[in-house]
Design a protein around this ligand. Structure first.
Ligand code: COA
Length: 390
């Protein structure tokens, strides 16, 4: 029995900063961002978006299409948690009017937790083949103003329906995974911005890739030529390209730039203009690949590498299913990405500095352009959400 991703829906905020604007403000050559790290725009969440509204808006098309009926497991992956106790997924469960007969929990391991959630959901379906699970990875990548990580900020969420006989991508059972206790990126509970040893994090990312690949290759006897496309965790698109180059070199099959583009480009398009979505980032890449790759990917094998600082890496694979194009949300994704509003530098800084109040008072947030749900205010330390759909 095949198990895997049956539907895949992506959402990001309706606002972005062009990295040319940031480059000007930081007196940096824009090519450092456009070419050096391979990023053009970063998605910025307005004050009335948070990981809950990003997630609920990502999953809304599934709700609208009746795909959430009978879902009994909701796994919410994030490293932008809004509460130390309550799972953010429970707000999402409520906004999406899901059945009370549902297990809902939040998972954390930096940018890796979406993959942990996907693998756990696959285990759930293996035990209950008639049942479905909803996995949502939702994050806001936030670094200090003026820091090296600033240009890699972004936001977004990916909702994936996991089932038997999936219509999009069957996930293959073999997997290589690797854990090591390192401090390359972390965010203590008292901080709203991450701390990062950026260069070190790129090295650990590669090390975990090589270790994960080694296990995967031993389990499957596959080589790089057994794959038609690759999707990497994408903190910035250049990182994914470099990772593939390093893996190819390590396996003594060095690869030309043009060849890398053929294998990876489809997966990089959305991330280049939304920025890092942390736990959702590799799945934004998968959505981008399935939506935009010009070739018919039916029966093609995709190599998937997920990485979360701290750190855990996992290399696994999936096979694209016949008829996949009929169940994509490609038009909706294109619409969203083409109709976002550009922010000036000052608007960006104002939004960046608009913190969520922590004094337990009564607050109503200004209404920006959002998806079907918004974070409308806060009252007595309780977050309030509003549905904009009937
Ligand atoms: N034109 C073209 N390229 C340029 C350039 C220009 N004018 N100026 C700089 N570059 C290139 C650099 O040569 C470098 O390329 P290289 O890595 O191939 O050598 C690249 O742009 C980045 O420049 P660098 O000076 O190394 O950037 P930085 O140190 O300011 O920031 C990170 C890079 C990755 C450290 C930073 O973005 C970061 O901390 N990111 C967050 C953490 C992260 O995403 N980690 C990834 C693993 S999860």
């Amino acid at each position: 029995m095949n198990i895997g991703i049956d539907r895949l829906s992506f959402y990001t905020s309706n606002y972005y900063v062009d990295l040319k604007t940031l480059a000007e403000a930081r007196s940096v050559d824009p090519d450092k961002y456009y070419i050096g790290i391979g990023q053009e725009k970063m998605g910025i969440p307005p004050p009335d978006e948070d990981v809950v509204t990003l997630a609920a808006s990502a999953a809304y098309p599934l709700m609208r299409d009746g795909e959430l009926d009978g879902v009994e497991l909701l796994l919410f992956a994030t490293e932008s948690g809004i509460d130390q106790s309550k799972a953010a997924g429970i707000y999402v469960h409520g906004l999406l009017e899901m059945s009370p007969r549902c297990r809902t929990v939040e998972l954390k391991q930096a940018c890796y937790s979406g993959t942990a959630a996907l693998q756990l959901a696959i285990g759930f379906v293996a035990r209950n083949p008639g049942k479905k699970a909803l996995v949502i990875s939702s994050d806001i990548a936030r670094y200090e103003l003026g820091s090296p990580g600033e240009a890699t900020q972004g936001c977004g969420a990916v909702a994936m329906l996991v089932s038997a006989n999936p219509r999009l991508v069957a996930i293959e059972p073999e997997s290589g995974y690797y854990t090591e206790d390192v401090m390359d990126f972390w965010r203590p509970n008292y901080r709203s911005e991450a701390l990062v040893d950026g260069k070190y994090s790129t090295m650990v990312y590669i090390h975990a890739l090589l270790e994960s690949w080694k296990q995967y290759a031993e389990l499957t006897d596959r080589t790089l030529t057994d794959f038609d496309r690759f999707c990497y965790h994408i903190p910035f698109t250049k990182m994914a390209e470099k990772a593939h180059q390093k893996l190819s070199r390590k396996l003594k099959s060095p690869i030309e730039k043009a060849e890398i583009a053929g294998l990876l480009e489809g997966s990089l398009r959305y991330s280049r203009i939304t920025g890092n979505c942390y736990a959702g980032s590799m799945y934004v890449g998968l959505a981008s690949l399935l939506d935009t790759d010009g070739e018919d990917l039916t029966n093609k094998r995709i190599g998937l590498y997920s990485y979360g600082s701290g750190c855990v890496g996992e290399f696994f694979s999936g096979v694209v299913q016949p008829g996949y194009r009929e169940v994509l949300y490609a038009d909706q994704h294109r619409n969203l990405l083409e109709n976002r509003t550009e922010l000036t530098y000052q608007q960006y800084e104002d939004i960046f500095n608009y913190g969520v109040p922590v004094d337990g008072g009564e607050y109503v947030f200004p209404q920006y352009k959002t998806g079907p749900f918004r974070f409308s205010g806060i009252s007595q330390h309780k977050r309030e959400y509003e549905s904009l759909v009937d």
